[in-house]
Design a protein around this ligand. Structure first.
Ligand code: URA
Length: 187
């Protein structure tokens, strides 16, 4: 069985897909390894590729605003991506890249055993919740799988493109905290 350190080491030297040739640094998940809430986005952006840390660029600032608004901190959640390497030009991840990288996400999820999974954006929601997921219509709604509640919210970069999405995404994050308190009343 793999440990967190094994996964991190595998990702650091991974050559499973061609993104390993163009990446600067792979981006391993960050945050609490005993978090109840796991955030999953699609792939690192350019700034993340430079620093090897998820959500350190402009999207990260939006994410921090969303977290702060509902009194969550990065230290109490776990944030990761489906792809651990930056797709050049921020294009959507290719199917084969998602498949090559998916085992890492599976191990992260297995080790973390989150009670709540939050997909950030359409790409993550369609890979994790259902292929036909419509982010505009379904964001903020819940799906249950085994011991875990799953939802999706707009990706922070969608809020950068359309700031009008900020308020409803803040409301979705408040609902995520409400769900955590419902599922885990004493902590
Ligand atoms: N966008 C993502 O989807 N993930 C990151 O880590 C940063 C930006």
């Amino acid at each position: 069985m793999y440990t967190w350190n094994d996964i991190e080491q595998h990702i650091t030297v991974c050559t499973c897909c061609p993104l390993s040739k163009t990446r600067h640094l792979p981006v391993v998940g960050r945050g609490s390894r005993s978090a109840d809430i796991m955030l999953i986005a699609e792939a690192p952006g350019g700034q993340e590729d430079q620093e090897g840390i998820p959500f350190v660029g402009r999207s990260g600032k939006i994410l921090d605003e969303l977290l702060e608004n509902c009194s969550l901190t990065r230290e109490e959640i776990y944030i990761t991506n489906i792809l651990k390497c930056h797709p050049p030009g921020n294009r959507d991840p290719k199917e084969e890249e998602k498949e090559a990288c998916f085992p890492y996400l599976k191990y992260e999820t297995y080790l973390l055993k989150p009670k709540i999974i939050v997909c950030l954006g359409r790409v993550a929601a369609q890979r994790i919740i259902s292929p036909g997921y419509k982010i505009t219509r379904q964001h903020g709604t819940w799906t249950y799988r085994k011991d875990c509640a799953l939802t999706a919210v707009y990706h922070p970069s969608a809020i950068l493109r359309d700031p009008a999405k900020m308020e409803e995404t803040k409301a979705d994050f408040m609902e995520i905290v409400r769900k955590r308190d419902e599922l885990l009343p004493v902590k």
